[in-house]
Write a protein that binds this ligand. Structure first.
Ligand code: F6P
Length: 540
């Protein structure tokens, strides 16, 4: 199928013509005192204020036309209906199906609830102390071994929702190890007890060397303590994968296997049994609320008209910034310490999905796709990279993420008042930064001092949550997933494959052989020289 390129869409030229006509943000706010009210959308406990984006009514109307010209209504319907939206791998991308309430699941997807019930039973056994280690002791620690989509989602969610952990989950400590160098395990294994630690091996493919090498290290560590391999495998390993065969080959017994399916993309998999670490750490009820929040956002995305649709607007504004205003950097700035890992999570979601330069059908494209995305807890980043945002030479778009409510005033502890004051300070900082980025000196007063000149006009959106809880976090994640999909359709690319990561894996195998003195020498001189230096420094 021939994909129509973005720059061949009839409305694209009109959008480009608008670029020079849009006034500075300070002027846009002066022209229309109701701009923020008109440019805010609210759904599922999340409000998107995009009034600090460099858009006019004309631009919005043309972006709306673009939505219809690229046939997004059909594409959205196809995504939800299970059509083959991932053409290079010839499969559907049905992460939304995982969030559909059980009562609405068609017969063909009964496996989803079955897998969740199996996961729930396992979680229950571990939390209630029915699941025991090889020596009969209760499990006290769980380590999730996974990488990329099999790590970042559960890691980010458990960090974000710690304070909502259900009572039965509180006794259990959940840890994460992903790095191929083993350094996280090195720290963990030092203080974990093999008798009381359960390992989740989470890998969609069950072939990822990072995860399998960590699993092998753990197996060796356990084998030293446990007298029987059968007992060790049965009591200390759970496999989470789309490949039952590979789990079996590794030694995971069928009753310790939690399935998911090829139609769940790795970076979209936290909604599946990959969420087991979330359920163990926070409780199954919290996990189900997360699913429900994502489902509410799915419904909003599926049904709201484009200019009233939060993910669609985030996508359209992103395309406007990248392809018309030529803004190739995007900062994710949560003003909430609980969202520490949210930027890393989105780095994978957005850049692995849309860092592409050929269309769905393989033709090269001649315009920019995914911007470079990075981020940090906003208030900390103020003391790190905000200088560049305010006075550097790069245009950067930003998402500010903030929860209106934090720390319940009803709490009687003495320090709560102080914490609430800190929350207010945090809010003030968040609002101040987006205001200064947009307006520059006009936020306060003009200055002749070149060092105190703030040009402003850096576009941003603010995502305001009523409060950060399982439901709004589910909605927020789903929101970015749908933004990614919408942009992929506009750019004509496939967001569900990741061929770009394959070559590096292949070359790493070559290099392993070279380091072991067995590889061919047909390598570039830099790599060969480095390998020789490394071997010499290691006394080899
Ligand atoms: O190498 C990239 C990648 O395939 C990601 O897309 C994925 O999330 C990660 O590796 C882990 O893959 P798996 O879950 O199959 O171990």
């Amino acid at each position: 199928m021939k994909i129509q390129l973005l720059n061949q869409q009839p409305v694209f030229k009109a959008l480009q013509d608008q670029a020079v006509k849009v006034p500075h943000l300070a002027e846009l706010f002066q022209q229309n005192p109701h701009r923020a009210q008109q440019m805010s959308i609210e759904s599922a406990g999340i409000c998107l204020d995009y009034s600090k984006q460099r858009v006019t009514d004309q631009v919005l109307s043309e972006l709306e036309q673009l939505f219809y010209q690229v046939k997004l209504p059909q594409s959205i319907a196809e995504l939800f209906s299970g059509a083959v939206v991932n053409q290079s791998e010839n499969r559907a991308a049905l992460h939304t199906q995982l969030r559909l309430p059980a009562a609405q699941q068609p017969e063909a997807f009964a496996v989803i609830e079955q897998a969740l019930l199996q996961m729930e039973a396992l979680v229950d056994q571990v939390q209630q102390g029915v699941w025991r280690g090889f020596s009969g002791k209760r499990i006290t620690d769980v380590v999730n071994l996974g990488v990329g989509g099999s790590d970042l989602g559960p890691l980010m969610v458990t960090q974000a929702l710690k304070e909502y952990a259900e009572p039965q989950a509180k006794a259990l400590k959940v840890h994460f190890a992903s790095t191929i160098d083993g350094s996280q395990l090195f720290d963990l294994l030092d203080h974990l007890n093999p008798e009381t630690t359960l390992f989740l091996i989470a890998s969609k493919s069950f072939t990822t060397i990072d995860t399998l090498s960590n699993a092998d290290t753990v197996r060796a560590w356990l084998a030293k303590a446990c007298p029987s391999e059968t007992l060790m495998l049965r009591c200390h390993f759970v496999g989470i994968s789309a490949s039952a065969d590979k789990m079996q080959q590794w030694g995971i017994a069928p009753e310790n296997q939690l399935p998911f399916w090829s139609w769940v993309g790795g970076r979209f998999s936290l909604w599946s049994t990959v969420g087991c670490a979330i359920a163990l750490d926070l409780g199954m009820g919290v996990f189900r609320q997360l699913l429900a929040g994502a489902y509410a956002m799915d419904e909003h995305f599926r049904t709201a008209p484009p200019l009233q649709n939060i993910p669609v607007m985030m996508a359209l504004l992103g395309v406007w910034n990248v392809n018309v205003l030529d803004i190739r950097a995007h900062a994710i700035l949560p003003y909430d310490g609980r969202l520490k890992y949210f930027p890393s999570y989105l780095e994978q979601l957005e850049m692995e999905s849309n860092g592409k330069s050929v269309t769905q059908s393989g033709e090269p494209i001649n315009y920019a796709t995914c911007p470079v995305l990075w981020g940090e807890i906003g208030a900390n980043a103020q003391h790190a990279f905000y200088q560049l945002l305010h006075q550097g030479t790069q245009a950067v778009a930003a998402d500010f993420i903030l929860a209106a409510n934090r720390y319940e005033a009803s709490q009687s502890e003495a320090h709560y008042e102080a914490l609430i004051a800190q929350h207010e300070l945090n809010i003030a900082n968040c609002l101040a930064q987006s205001r200064v980025l947009a307006l520059g000196n006009a936020a306060v007063e003009p200055s002749d001092n070149p060092f105190r000149h703030y040009p402003g006009n850096q576009p941003s959106s603010t995502l305001l949550l009523d409060r950060l809880d399982a439901s709004t976090l589910g909605g927020l994640i789903a929101c970015y997933e749908h933004k990614v999909f919408t942009q992929a359709v506009i750019w004509g690319i496939n967001p569900f494959d990741q061929w770009g990561v394959e070559l590096g894996k292949q070359v790493a195998l070559q290099l392993q052989a070279v380091l072991a003195g067995k590889g061919d020498t047909e390598l570039d001189s830099s790599t060969l020289h480095l390998a020789a230096q490394i071997n010499s420094k290691r006394g080899r």
